[in-house]
Design a protein. Structure first.
Lengths: 501, 294, 332
């Protein structure tokens, strides 16, 4: 306890020191005004958040958060901005960033960045800054990449969706975790024969089962880029094969009959009892299953598919996303452009970023001898939302610290490491389609098209509408309702922004 | 008192039994919500909880009541509901009276004017701009003004006024009372059943209203309770990610997000349910008309 | 029966009162009436002022249904309304010519009609039956309980029914125990509409009965006594006392319900449906929502809303007229 207190004091003193240092740097800016920050919907009030408190202390800015609603959030943002807003910072998704950039509502940041944004500019690679420019080539937002883009490494790609099964069933039926599609089908059939239930359960939103798609050499993304440019997953013959396979699973009773209506909770309920034996989970969902499994007297040592199902060549494709996840921008009406950049720059300095992201060492986290970050509970819980409004940071640094967040529970840590092996037979598909989201033709259609595709796919799987004609008809409709426009725009962008594969 | 015939007895018995069945059917899901809110995490996750708690715990309620977003929302909703209902009752009971007078000159015009409002709306943009230019956005008034004048409720009260026995109003008029006096001292006291009903409708309407918050409020501390609840329920249908997944609930309080939602639903509904028994005495048969007629 | 006296009482304003019995008002009489009853008009003012400011003023915004509204097209969103270009009926044509319009229009009418047929009468029935329960505390308890579901949002309700109606849910367990085949209620085209209607009834019937209950409560008990003395049984009392007393309320509710025929219950369907049942459950509201996702077309949304409003207006006006003809009861 004493030690903790001392540490806390030290941390406080340190933060004060950092605070005064940053104050000195910003002297020529004059008094720090209050900054109004408009963010998209959250279920918590940022003004009450501990990380935000640290941000205020460290930056010396009184940042006040206001929030858009969950429903009609984008419309509300348009209203606020067009009516003449007094916000200084707005948090934007990629499509809204594109829309507002085209409308010319966002203030250019180049001058301010040159004067006060050295740390920021160094934090992100050029390609992301390019993605934050308007047509005139001015930077109009701070691009923020969140996540783990570790190239050539499976963590962060499979971590968000791998198949898991339960040890009891493997033992009881003497089964091995399947490695190919045929083995997988036989595996499910064996369980079905023995237990009389559909072994594979999915929630209704999941139509891309990553580990199955790999068997068809299909990456789990809607727009797939290769040497020939961007193509929609609909245009790939492998997509048809994949859907036909899923439809056959549903028809044979190997896939949950409630699949089209299942919520995540229904799925978990089945998987943590004897209602199902295979499910797709992200590593961080595993802790939420533990108590359920324990309550059913089942083992909590879930068995992940160490490798996704391999295709005919014994290979499997993994996806590496590369792009911007959100932007911070300044509306033209704000008089505080310099201050906003200064604010984010202060918070981007590694020592500050650390605190706003995972708190204080010894209080909220520790670093072990391997340099791995581990959270300290319960203090770390107060920082549950800490990454939500943090500033920019080189992804490598952020990723390293992010591990503390990825290891919130022992089970989560195990699951995280289990699906994180370096996989020998992996090939990589780089996905930078999110960078296209700001193109006018893309932002206008992306949401409606995704819904269209999801609706069709669900119907195809459940009702086995999988003739070539079904696919052709739908593809024609998809293309007519904005798919072609999206594709053309993306391909033009791809041609102008070449990428070394 | 006349003895009841067999048909009557059957009719009463049939009604009673069907109502009991109906009540059971409606009660069960509510019990499910309550049971979930006080059951242990494991039981909720594995779907063992139907209508009775399994692994009883009260940590969830403590957790919800400690949530600042919940308590803030509760405060906002209570104020909005009380002030809004009072204002709305004033507007409604007054305007319904002239509209209930079949002899009133211009009655049809005014009535149509109100009915029209029920069918047509300007839409999001002009409504937002109106509230903004009146300086109401991000104030509690922006939650009170919308919904203050429900045409449906006006029509309900108006229909009720129309059906009051004319004789009572006559006697008041003979005494030389103005329309205004008649309304206050005769019509309103006689209309307590409908006033209680409409009061309940307004109160529930305010309590459940959600869209005013969406359109006019960006300050988190002013978010009404139902908006918080709605967004909490919706958020459960969108997957969180590794960064935002909450572990404090599951690890330290033996409760699950589903229990937290159930408890929030219960706590957000209980206050408005508590209002009902107070209004219920006005629904008692015959009390008003009989007494006024004396 | 507690029916309004057709002839106003002989009071101070007897001339004016008598004159309105005639088919036409005379101008002088009207002015005289207004002068004598000025306080009636004063009572109108607060609510009238409210709707003028908060309802009629914003209605100017409906014009964007006929424009290509660009919210940034002016100094502020209102200025932008005036500055946007007129496009005539473009947005309406777009709605009517969209490939699925016939399907969603048909679904809207069918589902609405089912609700009208099956759900509308239930609250009336419930109110009448509740009224028959003799024990007052018991009656109150039942009343309170049946209102409960109204307070749960559709998102919550659909979750509950999902568990009940799923392939392993209680209902299917019951069916299986009787030797029946498992029914996928929520993903079957045959069953989905019935599920919509039943869940809607479950959620709203208790709440809907309040209005009728209030109307029944207002009936003068002397009327029942008189009917009993005349030897009328329960059913006779129901037909000759209770029904006439709640008829105006029923008529009003019916007229308003008919007006909302194009509103087939967006919120409920939106949380319960999915592409497997689009063929039977996709309504105008849900279709327009999906199509407009992320496209932020304010004009199109307003046009669809206006279409709904106009249909509602026509229906309300005509059903009110019809009702006046047929039953001598109407809203105005």
């Amino acid at each position: 306890m004493q030690k903790l207190k001392r540490l806390l004091m030290l941390a406080l003193a340190l933060s004060l020191l950092v605070g005064t240092m940053s104050l000195a740097a910003a002297e020529d800016l004059g008094d720090k005004p209050q900054l109004k920050f408009l963010v998209s919907h959250r279920t918590f009030d940022p003004n009450e958040d501990l990380a935000v408190k640290y941000m205020r202390e460290l930056s010396g800015y009184d940042v006040v958060f206001e929030m858009l609603p969950q429903d009609n959030g984008d419309e509300k943002l348009m209203l606020e901005l067009s009516a003449g807003t007094d916000f200084d910072i707005i948090e934007l998704g990629t499509t809204m960033f594109g829309r507002l950039t085209d409308l010319g509502v966002l203030a250019p940041l180049d001058d301010a960045l040159a004067k006060y944004g050295a740390t920021l500019l160094a934090a992100e690679p050029k390609v992301l800054w390019d993605a934050a420019k308007n047509a005139a080539g001015e930077i109009v937002a701070l691009p923020r990449q969140v996540g783990a883009p570790d190239y050539g490494h499976a963590k962060g790609t499979r971590g968000d969706g791998a198949l898991y099964t339960k040890p009891e069933i493997l033992e009881e039926l003497k089964l091995e975790v399947p490695k190919t599609l045929d083995e997988f089908t036989a595996f499910l059939q064996a369980i079905k024969d023995a237990k009389g239930v559909a072994p594979l359960t999915l929630d209704r939103g999941t139509w891309m089962v990553w580990d199955i798609m790999t068997a068809f050499n299909l990456p789990h993304i809607t727009w797939i880029e290769d040497e020939n440019g961007m193509e929609n997953i609909l245009e790939k013959p492998a997509y048809r094969e994949y859907i036909r396979y899923m439809a056959s699973l549903y028809e044979k009773g190997l896939l949950d009959p409630d699949y089209p209506v299942n919520t995540g909770e229904n799925r978990d309920q089945k998987f943590t009892t004897d209602g199902a034996y295979v499910g797709q989970y992200a590593f961080w969902q595993i802790p939420s299953l533990i108590t359920g499994l324990t309550a059913s007297n089942l083992s909590t040592d879930l068995v992940p598919f160490r490798e996704p199902l391999a295709d005919a060549d014994g290979k499997y494709v993994l996806v590496n996303r590369y792009g911007v996840n959100k932007y911070y921008a300044v509306p033209r009406s704000s008089k505080n452009v310099d201050h906003v950049i200064n604010y984010f720059d202060i918070l981007a300095r590694p020592e500050n970023f650390m605190i706003t992201h995972i708190g204080y060492e010894g209080v909220h986290y520790t670093v072990d001898e391997n340099g791995d970050y581990w959270p300290i509970f319960p203090a770390f819980n107060d920082l549950n939302w800490a990454n939500q409004f943090s500033s920019l940071q080189p992804v490598a640094v952020e990723y390293k610290q992010w591990q503390a967040r990825a290891r919130k529970t022992p089970e989560m840590a195990v699951a995280y490491d289990a699906v994180g092996d370096t996989l020998p037979n992996a090939t990589f598909q780089i996905d930078r389609s999110s960078l296209c989201n700001s193109l006018p033709d893309v932002q206008a259609n992306v949401q409606a098209l995704n819904t269209l595709l999801y609706d069709f796919t669900l119907q195809a799987i459940v009702e086995n509408k999988t003739t070539d004609k079904d696919f052709d008809d739908f593809t024609a409709r998809y293309m007519a309702e904005g798919g072609q426009a999206t594709k053309d725009a993306m391909n033009q962008w791809v041609a102008e922004n070449s990428f070394d594969f | 008192m006349k003895r009841k015939t067999r048909g009557e007895v059957f009719f009463i018995a049939f009604s009673t039994v069907s109502m009991i069945l109906f009540a059971i059917i409606t009660l069960l899901p509510f019990m499910n919500v309550i049971a979930k809110s006080v059951s242990s995490e494991g039981a909720v996750l594995t779907g063992q909880v139907n209508f009775w708690p399994v692994g009883f715990q009260l940590g969830t309620f403590r957790y919800v009541l400690d949530t600042v977003e919940f308590t803030n929302g509760l405060k906002v909703s209570v104020i909005v509901t009380i002030v809004g209902t009072i204002g709305a009752m004033f507007l409604t009971t007054t305007v319904a009276y002239p509209l209930s007078k079949p002899t009133m000159v211009g009655r049809k015009f005014f009535l149509l004017m109100f009915v029209f409002v029920m069918l047509f709306s300007g839409g999001m943009v002009p409504n937002y701009m109106l509230y903004r230019s009146l300086g109401l956005t991000n104030t509690i008034l922006a939650l009170i003004f919308p919904g203050m004048c429900s045409v449906f409720n006006i029509l309900l009260v108006k229909t009720f006024y129309e059906d009051l026995p004319e004789s009572v109003e006559e006697s008041s008029r003979i005494d030389g009372a103005s329309n205004f006096r008649t309304l206050i001292s005769v019509v309103i006291p006689m209309s307590m059943p409908v006033i209680a009903t409409v009061g309940l409708f307004y109160a529930v309407g305010y309590w459940n209203s959600y869209f005013a918050g969406v359109l006019y409020i960006t300050r988190p501390a002013l978010k009404p309770l139902q908006q918080y609840l709605y967004e909490l329920v919706q958020a459960s249908q969108v997957s969180p990610d590794a960064n935002t997944i909450t572990t404090d609930m599951t690890q330290y309080m033996n409760t699950s997000p589903e229990s937290v939602r159930a408890a929030t639903i219960f706590l957000a509904t209980a206050p408005i349910l508590a209002v009902y028994p107070f209004l219920q005495r006005y629904f008692v048969k015959g009390i008003n008309i009989g007494s006024v007629k004396g | 029966m507690a029916k309004r006296n057709e002839f106003p009482a002989p009071t101070a304003d007897v001339t004016a009162a008598c004159s309105v019995q005639g088919p036409k008002h005379h101008r002088r009489d009207r002015i005289g009436y207004i002068k004598r009853n000025y306080d009636l008009y004063l009572l109108l003012i607060p609510a009238l002022l409210y709707i003028l400011i908060f309802n009629y003023l914003p209605m100017a915004g409906i014009t964007i249904a006929f424009k290509d509204y660009n919210i940034f097209g002016g100094a502020n969103p209102i200025d932008a309304i005036w500055k946007s270009d007129w496009v005539g009926l473009k947005h309406f044509t777009k709605l009517f010519s969209s490939p699925d319009f016939a399907r969603v229009f048909r679904n809207t009418l069918i589902i609405s009609f089912y609700r009208l047929l099956f759900v509308f009468p239930l609250p009336i029935l419930t109110a009448i039956m509740l009224n028959e329960i003799i024990n007052v505390p018991f009656k109150r308890t039942i009343q309170t309980i049946i209102y409960l579901p109204h307070f749960l949002s559709w998102a919550v309700v659909s979750g509950i029914f999902l568990t009940l109606l799923g392939s392993t849910g209680l209902v299917n367990q019951f069916i299986n125990s009787l030797g029946g085949e498992t029914i996928n209620f929520l993903s079957s085209k045959k069953w989905f509409r019935s599920v919509l209607i039943v869940t809607d009834a479950w959620k709203e019937v208790g709440w809907g009965s309040i209005i009728y209950l209030a109307a029944i409560t207002a009936v003068d008990p002397q009327l029942y006594e008189a009917a009993t003395i005349d030897g009328a049984g329960k059913i006779r009392q129901l037909v000759s006392v209770t029904m006439p007393a709640i008829a105006p309320t029923i008529i009003m509710m019916l007229i308003l319900r008919v007006g909302r025929i194009l509103d087939a219950g967006f919120e409920q369907i939106f949380v319960m449906y999915h592409s497997i049942v689009y063929e039977v459950a996709d309504i105008i509201g849900t279709y327009v929502y999906r199509e407009g996702l992320g496209r932020m077309n304010f004009s199109y949304g307003t046009a669809v809303g206006l279409f709904n409003s106009v249909v509602a207006l026509v229906l309300v006006l005509s059903s009110n007229w019809l009702s006046k003809r047929a039953t001598d009861k109407s809203i105005w």
